[in-house]
Design a protein around this ligand. Sequence first.
Ligand code: NAD
Length: 259
Amino acid sequence: MDLGIAGRKALVCAASKGLGRGCAEALAREGVAVTILARTESVVRKTAEEIGTMSGRAVQWLACDITTPEGRAAALAACPEPDILVNNAGGPPPGDFREWDRDMWIRAIDANMLTPIELIKATLDGMIAREFGRIVNITSSAVKAPIDILGLSNGARSGLTGFVAGLARKVARHNVTINNLLPGPFDTDRLRGNLEMRAKAARKPVEELRKAQMSANPAGRFGSAAEFGAACAFLCSAQAGYIVGQNVLIDGGGYPGTF
Ligand code: NAD
């Protein structure tokens, strides 16, 4: 299926690894002119080169922290008028809410709520003027079913979700869509790091925890970044213009509800 977005410009945040990279790869494969960013120069450069080789299309890159005003300014200077924006950043740390002070909350809200809102604010009017725009926010299954130790994530991402629900309906008539992708367990560095931490705490081998978590999922496995990226590319497609303000859960069936 031709997604009808060849030649469009995309800014994909936090994309040197994991889910962001999966999205960048899928978009590049569709002929989109992709700009990726992440914090570590050597890693983001290498990823851009690899995606460029794979897709046969040069991928622009920059090293920045997207949760800072300077980082966002640099990203928008590198890709000033994106047709497609994929919002992503690292998730907040786990813990007990009694340990979290105001600064920790502000950091989580900055990274996982206000950063995407700032980038939407900077790019939305251009998309409206060009009568095409696709914005995808990578959030978390925790928005639908909170994860107890990830209270910072549950809270900050729910704030973004509520905001986007309202805004998406105001811009859809201009062929600009805003949707959220909610990952369940995906086999990325973040998930592997979390598993290692839990294995250490439980004094169990990582592989044992990994197998148990995979077999507890109806699909019997973790998701792959490529699967996630394919869903993102479809939400960014010309054909997806009527998908508006949705929270699309990709979790192998882990969420037990009928809806
Ligand atoms: P990952 O650690 O594998 O990759 C994160 C990427 O983001 C890396 O390229 C890193 O360099 C970049 N990055 C992080 N913070 C950044 C910043 N401030 N500025 C610029 N780049 C930054 O993580 P992932 O598993 O791909 O997760 C992506 C997002 O999805 C995170 O917010 C995570 O919490 C969320 N999530 C992941 C899962 C999962 O199972 N993997 C599940 C639910 C939610």
